[in-house]
Design a protein around this ligand. Structure first.
Ligand code: ZN
Length: 491
C-alpha cells in the first residue's frame, strides 16, 4: 500500500509533515485462519464488501460496534493512501421484515425505510464514513435472478415448486470457510431452511429463490413469483460493485456460518473467485457472555444510549477493544470510556491553547506515530494504538506542566493525527458542544456568566458564586478552575 505522513494535511496546524512512513496492513483471514498481508488485486485500490443490516428493527449498539470496527479499517486504508471501494448492503426484504411488518400492521416497505433511516442516522452520529455504495436487495433483484440463472445453467442449482435450491454437494470446498465437514452438517438444524414450498434433494441444500406465499411481497421470475433467499443477495451485490473477484469481505462472527459459507458456495458455483480475504468481528455481549439480541430483551437501542452518552464517547467505547474480541456492554464500560476520552479531550484542549504557532519537532512526532501505525498494521490493533495515544497524552501533559512548548507541539500534532485516524479528534471531528457552529456563541455567553461568578467571588459572595455554577451545571455546562483561568465543558 502507499504511505502517508502523520502530519499530511496538517500544514499550518502544528508544523510541516514528518518523513513518509510505510503502512503495510496485515489482517486475520478467517478462511486461512492466519494473519496475513492484505494484498489488493489492484495495487493501491482496495475493494471491501460488508454485510450490512437487516432493517427489521431499530439499530442497537451491536450494529454500531460492527460499523465502528470496519470504519477503523476503512479510515486506515485511506490513511495509507489507498483508494477504497467500500460496499455495505442493506437487506430491506427478508423473512424477519415480512414477519415484523405483519406484526405491526405496517407495509413492509415502510417498516424497512423507517429502520434504514435510523441506521444511517446512527452511523452518522458516531461519524462512520459513508460507504462508496449502499445497495438495497429490493433494487438488486435483476442481478440476483441473473446470478441464479447462471448457477442453474452450470448445474449447481435446481428449481422445485417455485423455489430454487443450491445443490450444496456440488459446491467445491463447501464448509471450508467455517472449517466444517459437510458430512457433519447433515443433521444440523442451522443448515436446514424452514418455511419452503419446494422439495430439496439434500437436507444441506438451501434456497436461492423462495416462492411467494399468499400475501407476501414478491417479484416475477421464470420460476414463478417469489423473492431472493438471504444468502444470494450478497453474492450478487458484491459482484455488481466489486467484480467477480475482490479483496476483502467482512461481517460479524455470527455470519461465518451459514451466511458466508453459503455466499462462497453460490459464488464458486457461478464460477466467481469472490472474496480473497475474510474478516470477522466479535459481537457485543451482555454480562454472562450472552449475545445481545432483540429476542432475549438484552438489546440496547442506539437512540436510547445516545440520549445519555455523548456520541464520541460511544464511538470510543465501541472501538477501543480489538475488533475480533467480544465487547461486553455495561454502564461501567461507558463510565470508563467517558473518563478515558475525557483525559484525551482535556489534554488536546489545554495543549492547543498553550502551543499556538510553536514549531513541531518532527523526530518526536515520528516516534509516537510509528508505534501507532505498527499497532494498526498488525491486524488493526486498536488497543495498542490507543495505548500510544494515551502515552502521548501523558507525555504531553508533563510537557505542558514544564512549558516545553516545541516538544508539546510535536506531541499534540501526532496525538491529534492518531485521533483523526480513529475519528476521535476533539478539535476538528468533535468540536465543543457537538455543535461547532454554536460553540463560539456559547463561549461568549459562558464568559459573561463566568465574569459574574468572578465578581461574586471577589466580593466574597460565595452563595451567589456557587449558585451561578449550579445553574450552569443544571444546564449541562461544567466550569473548571485551571491555572490558565476558568474553562467550560458540556457534561
Ligand atoms: Zn451478506
Amino acid at each position: 500500500m502507499a504511505s502517508k505522513s502523520p502530519t499530511e494535511g496538517w500544514e499550518g496546524k502544528g508544523g510541516p509533515p514528518v518523513a513518509f512512513l510505510a503502512v503495510s496492513l496485515r489482517l486475520y483471514d478467517t478462511a486461512t485462519r492466519s494473519v496475513r498481508p492484505l494484498a489488493p488485486l489492484q495495487a493501491g485500490h482496495v475493494g471491501v464488501y460488508v454485510c450490512g443490516p437487516t432493517v427489521q428493527a431499530l439499530p442497537h449498539v451491536g450494529h454500531l460496534r460492527s460499523a465502528v470496527a470496519l470504519d477503523v479499517l476503512h479510515r486506515w486504508l485511506l490513511t495509507g493512501g489507498d483508494q477504497v471501494t467500500f460496499v455495505r448492503n442493506v437487506t430491506d426484504i427478508d423473512d424477519k421484515i415480512v414477519h415484523e411488518a405483519a406484526h405491526t400492521g405496517e407495509p413492509w416497505w415502510a417498516l424497512a425505510t423507517r429502520n434504514t433511516r435510523a441506521f444511517l442516522q446512527a452511523y452518522d452520529a458516531v461519524q462512520v464514513l459513508p460507504p462508496t455504495a449502499e445497495p438495497r436487495v429490493t433494487a438488486s433483484i435483476i442481478s440476483i435472478r441473473t446470478l441464479i440463472e447462471r448457477i442453474i445453467s452450470r448445474g449447481h442449482a435446481y428449481a422445485s415448486g417455485g423455489d430454487v435450491y443450491l445443490s450444496v454437494r456440488t459446491a467445491p470446498g463447501y464448509g471450508g470457510l467455517s472449517g466444517q465437514d459437510p458430512d457433519q452438517l447433515r443433521s444440523s438444524d442451522k443448515a436446514v431452511a424452514h418455511g419452503l414450498t419446494g422439495q430439496k434433494r439434500d437436507p444441506l441444500d438451501f434456497a436461492l429463490w423462495k416462492a411467494a406465499k399468499p400475501g407476501e411481497p414478491s417479484w416475477p421470475s421464470q420460476w414463478g413469483p417469489g423473492r431472493p433467499g438471504w444468502h444470494i443477495e450478497c453474492s450478487a451485490m458484491a459482484v455488481d460493485h466489486l467484480g467477480d473477484r475482490f479483496d476483502l469481505h467482512a461481517g460479524g462472527l455470527d455470519l461465518v456460518f451459514p451466511h458466508h459459507e453459503n455466499e462462497v458456495a453460490q459464488s464458486r458455483c457461478a464460477g466467481h473467485g469472490f472474496a480473497q480475504h475474510w474478516l470477522h468481528h466479535g459481537l457485543v455481549t451482555v454480562a454472562g457472555g450472552e449475545k445481545m439480541s432483540k429476542s432475549t430483551g438484552t438489546s440496547t437501542l442506539v437512540q436510547d444510549v445516545l440520549a445519555t452518552v455523548r456520541p464520541q464517547v460511544l464511538r470510543y467505547v465501541l472501538g477501543a477493544g480489538h475488533y475480533r474480541s467480544p465487547l461486553e456492554w455495561s454502564s461501567m464500560a461507558l463510565a470508563d470510556g467517558e473518563a478515558a476520552y475525557g483525559r484525551i479531550e482535556t489534554f488536546v484542549r489545554n495543549a492547543t491553547e498553550a502551543v499556538g504557532d510553536t514549531t513541531v519537532d518532527e523526530a518526536l512526532a515520528k516516534a509516537c506515530w510509528d508505534e501507532f501505525a505498527t499497532a494498526l498494521d498488525d491486524d488493526l490493533g486498536v488497543p495498542q494504538a490507543l495505548a500510544a495515544v494515551h502515552a502521548g497524552v501523558r507525555t504531553g501533559n508533563a510537557l505542558l506542566a514544564s512549558r516545553e512548548l516545541p516538544a508539546l507541539a510535536a506531541t499534540l500534532s501526532v496525538v491529534r493525527r492518531m485521533l483523526t485516524v480513529l475519528a476521535l479528534d476533539p478539535v476538528e471531528q468533535w468540536p465543543a458542544g457537538n455543535g461547532g457552529e454554536l460553540s463560539s456563541v456559547v463561549d461568549a455567553l459562558v464568559a459573561i456568566v463566568v465574569e459574574a461568578r468572578a465578581d461574586a467571588r471577589a466580593h466574597k459572595d460565595w452563595a451567589r458564586a456557587d449558585a451561578v455554577r449550579d445553574r450552569l451545571a443544571s444546564s449541562g455546562i461544567v466550569l473548571e478552575d485551571t491555572a490558565d483561568g476558568v474553562r467550560w465543558r458540556l457534561t
